[in-house]
Design a protein around this ligand. Sequence first.
Ligand SMILES: Nc1nc2c(c(=O)[nH]1)N[C@H]1C(S)=C(S)[C@@H](COP(=O)(O)OP(=O)(O)OC[C@H]3O[C@@H](n4cnc5c(=O)[nH]c(N)nc54)[C@H](O)[C@@H]3O)O[C@H]1N2
Ligand SMILES: Nc1nc2c(c(=O)[nH]1)N[C@H]1C(S)=C(S)[C@@H](COP(=O)(O)OP(=O)(O)OC[C@H]3O[C@@H](n4cnc5c(=O)[nH]c(N)nc54)[C@H](O)[C@@H]3O)O[C@H]1N2
Ligand SMILES: [Mo]
Length: 762
Amino acid sequence: MADDRTAQPDPDTIEYDGSAGGWGSVRGIVQTMAREMASPGALATLRTQNKVGGFMCTSCAWGKPKHPHAFEFCENGAKATLWELTTHRCTPDFFAQRSVTDLRAWNDHDLESVGRLTHPMRYDAATDHYVPCSWDEAFATIGAELKAIDPKAAVFYASGRASLETSYLYALFARLYGHNNLPDSSNMCHETTSVTLSELIGSPVGTCTLDDFEHCDAIFFFGQNTGTNSPRFLHPLQKAVERGCKIVTFNPILEKGLISFTNPQRAGQMLTGGDTQLSCQYLQVRAGGDIAAIMGLCKHVFAQDAARGGTVIDRAFIAEHCTGFDAFAAKVQATSWEAIERESGLSRADIEQAGEVYVAAKRVIGVYGMGLTQHVHGFENIAMLVNLLLMGGHIGRPGAGICPVRGHSNVQGQRTVGISEKPELVPLDTLAEQFGFAPPRDTGMTTVEACEAVLDGSARAFIGLGGNFLRAIPDQGRIEPEWGKMQLTVQIATKLNRGHLFNGRTAFLLPCLGRSEEDRQASGPQTVTVEDSFSHVHASLGHRSPASEHLMSELAIVAGIARHTLPENPKVHWDAWTGDYGLVRDLIAQTYPEQFHDMNERIFEPGGFYRGNSARERIWKTESGKAQFTAPGMLAATDIPDAVGRYRLVTVRSNDQFNTTIYGYSDRLRGIEGKRDVVLICPADIAAAGLVTGQRIALVGDAGDEHHRRIDGLEIVPFDLPAGTIVGYYPELNPLIALSHHDQASKTPASKAVPVRIVAEG
Ligand SMILES: Nc1nc2c(c(=O)[nH]1)N[C@H]1C(S)=C(S)[C@@H](COP(=O)(O)OP(=O)(O)OC[C@H]3O[C@@H](n4cnc5c(=O)[nH]c(N)nc54)[C@H](O)[C@@H]3O)O[C@H]1N2
Ligand SMILES: Nc1nc2c(c(=O)[nH]1)N[C@H]1C(S)=C(S)[C@@H](COP(=O)(O)OP(=O)(O)OC[C@H]3O[C@@H](n4cnc5c(=O)[nH]c(N)nc54)[C@H](O)[C@@H]3O)O[C@H]1N2
Ligand SMILES: [Mo]
């Protein structure tokens, strides 16, 4: 148990701002405390989470309100913090006892459970062990290796946690070195959003802020699992419903958090077991059926507009602000209800009922997550939602807008300050002047392209600023064996994961501070900043003493590598910047003056400072200068046609994981306990395939290429799902996803509607 008894929360008394399941979520935290033997004072640290003067949660990117609760965190955020504050340590001794190859037999949960990394480590290929090294040795060797290769053959990956300051310097380092190969976790996540929204409304991010949820009349919710992945969002949703707002949800899975919510902060609800009904209608669309479903909604809106004398569609808004409406209208007209019902798996009557909610609402918000972005036609999914919102003028108006729910806590911000493979999104001329160099102008690699470069041998070096790239990508089974052909791999991390067990010829594992830890540099303790889903920028100050005296901050590590790689430049001061992060914020303000002016003064504003959004002001920074209606060329978000025995596999998260970090084996909100090697199938499909509950099966990839993809030993669990849609866990099922199965516009891997077949075992 934890070594500080006072740090043990009592589930009967703890005040807690929690998630969908009332007591269950409190119990989840207590279990994590016990498992992780959280260090003394861990609970006090939770109290400062998401508060001014405290640190910003490392879990999701949901907004941090101006007036936070006593405990402004959820089950997720608490687990993420306790996971970071564990007393377990992954030391040189641990590595001395186990070879890297041996560790590949460990599962994701066990690898991270070893604890926080304590020392910089070098991979010794001769013995197949990680051995300790000095920071100087690491930086000098990495610098020498990078200098010896073509910069265009290097990939600098970032998982969306590192601060704005670190991210800005990481991107600057890449460009000074000579490439734009800056994929980040966003390239597996909301890159579909960045590409689609930029093209259609001229803003790469959502247009809503938290305030809009206080004024909307209807929320259309697509493929985002709030109770599990962004539980603090349940509070504004509950309040919205209580003032009469209607929520309509489209999701193949009946996600508990979206059906109803027991608020752990309201004593009454906890005592009586009462709850708030969240969705007024829940439509179990088939995976990949949203283009069709939204087409149906639009069809109903047109019909009602005609029936009500043209009062439903906002024609004045469309005339002033939009293009492409006529082609879109023609498309809706030409699409039959029969096709819509077939492709969505929903009945016309149900879609019309949902359409009535839209027709009756004055202010509509469209919310979405991975259920729209991670498809081969993710672009068209989002574009249809934009169409739906534009019809009623619901973008750029209080209480309305489009709201992509971001994942990692600073993933949006990393893009904002230059981590992007797309040079056109970065003010290169400003950077050129600021730092006296000629930035590379060619487009860099996305995640998918980086994987292709590893496969074809053209990638020579990989740096991972956090994350677990090899475990998070598709086609893992094909890429792992090729990884070691790279000359250099460097992983900057807090905990050991599978991605660290596949190494280039020269390889380092560099341990960094977590966000809750004090980051002391030459000028004293440092503050960092992050941007939430609503484009608000918050300061974060860690107070905990570091897990080991040998840790360095992410910023110092990036600067250390850069200093040993790049030639002297009178305008570049890695040491001074490392000594005072305020100087880096000055640089950010110079590069992005419109959004980040006076950054150092503004970062402590309660609720964060807003960096603005043009589409919210109805300024459309698109090619046409207007908001764009589109007419999709297909109704299914996948290109793989339906066939007998072919299923659409959806890979999802449980509430007991954060991406590839597996805290435990409980998917409390879906009622699955103690196992993750499962595949959820609806009872009719189980029967039709001649299978039985509990039977072990294999899933086989059905992408139609020459590669064989298979995962054995999955247990059949009956689950309420649309026919043909089956569900399993990420990242265990990633080897089934073909690299070629990605959104056509943004190259975001399509982790939903993955074509598979079932093979009975035994
Ligand atoms: N506890 C926890 N919190 C997290 C994370 C975590 O791993 N664990 N990860 C973080 C990250 S990086 C991200 S990006 C977010 C992800 O948060 P989400 O966007 O919620 O992502 P998923 O867990 O993939 O869930 C996708 C949802 O879409 C539904 N869905 C699947 N296919 C379709 C479809 O075709 N149409 C529709 N309408 N729905 C569909 C699924 O049933 C599921 O409810 O969460 C963040 N927060
Ligand atoms: N099949 C399938 N695949 C998917 C998805 C899916 O839904 N289905 N979702 C995709 C999405 S949305 C995302 S965002 C990606 C996630 O991909 P990644 O962001 O690459 O993966 P994570 O699991 O978040 O990374 C976890 C690791 O980060 C390190 N870490 C934790 N905290 C810190 C820190 O403060 N600093 C540093 N330097 N390291 C730290 C730890 O070592 C930990 O092991 O996966 C994608 N892959
Ligand atoms: Mo994500």
